[in-house]
Design a protein around this ligand. Sequence first.
Ligand SMILES: [Zn+2]
Length: 289
Amino acid sequence: MIDTHCHIQFQGYKDDRDEVILRCIKKGLIMNTIGTQKETSRLAVEIAEKYNNIYATIGLHPVHLFATQVDEEESKFLSHEEDFDEKYYLNLAKSKKVIGVGECGLDFFHLPNNIDFKIILEKQKKVFIQQFKFAQKNNLTLVVHTRDSEPDKNLPKAYDEMAKLLAKLIKKYGKIKGVIHCYSGNWIQAKKFLDLGFYLGFTGIITFPPRKTNPQPTLDLLEVVKNCPLDKIVVETDAPYLAPQLYRGKKCEPWMVEEVVKEIAKIRGKSVEEIIKITDDNAKKLFNI
Ligand SMILES: [Zn+2]
């Protein structure tokens, strides 16, 4: 199995990283550990250099463009305020273990207070375009982060904005290999990304039961899992976040990606072995590994 998106270099594993990696290795898991700014990208490469079965993706997450306090159940941190330092990332990209650029994209969920949304959106787009071009130039796969705001916020939909932006960039600069990580949009939006040649990455979110107060987003997502061409599906955990339902409340570990595989097998009426084979092949093709 290949966990195409985890953060094994994050602080959440500072006390048990070696044990967690060992558990993953014992299960034969291959991991892509993803950077979110300079320091976590550097650490991703450092860990990837140390372990055969770990690869690295380097880049700048939209939440790190402005200093803001991120305070959620699973993650509490003060985000950095960084620009995409091409020279710095180019140096990291010299490592053969670097396979992708990201996670980069649009995040309308964690917005800094006191800054106009228009200004935030412009900056998020600008930094995303820089990384799109960087990935293309260096023949690396683009790992795209897209997160909507709370529904009551009356902001544009991040998935719609991202689909428009990618279509424009591909028209201008040509094709790119990439994945919409932690996909949680609907089927209409999914089709737009698939038409642009993108893969969809599914996390433990697909194992969560629909929320009683608002079941539609989960039902929409399950429709995507049902309809997505099998050759466009990759699996991921986003560990240490988003532990699948069976382990909910615990810190997520990359080997738990097996729960995502099991859920896809159930939804698609295939055996677990078949889904492992299909998603492994897809991930290898997507990231040239
Ligand atoms: Zn992530």
